[in-house]
Design a protein around this ligand. Structure first.
Ligand code: ZN
Length: 64
């Protein structure tokens, strides 16, 4: 059986939508991901995981 390859988490800045690859800490089997401490572009500290982020541009036109 093939071992599932774990993708690194990605985080999206809620303010300017820049995507960051998560930083990885811990040992190989106990590592975890975390977002940057602050956006390098706008300085905003709020990030959301990319799986939870729904770009509004993809939903446009639904109500027209
Ligand atoms: Zn930003």
């Amino acid at each position: 059986m093939a071992h599932a390859i774990e993708r690194p988490e990605q985080y999206v800045c809620l303010n300017c939508q820049v995507i960051y690859a998560a930083s990885v800490t811990g040992e190989e089997e106990k590592h975890h991901f975390h977002p940057p401490s602050g956006c390098a572009v706008c300085g905003d500290p709020e990030f959301v995981q990319i799986e939870s982020y729904i770009p509004r541009a993809l939903n446009r036109g639904e109500s027209e």
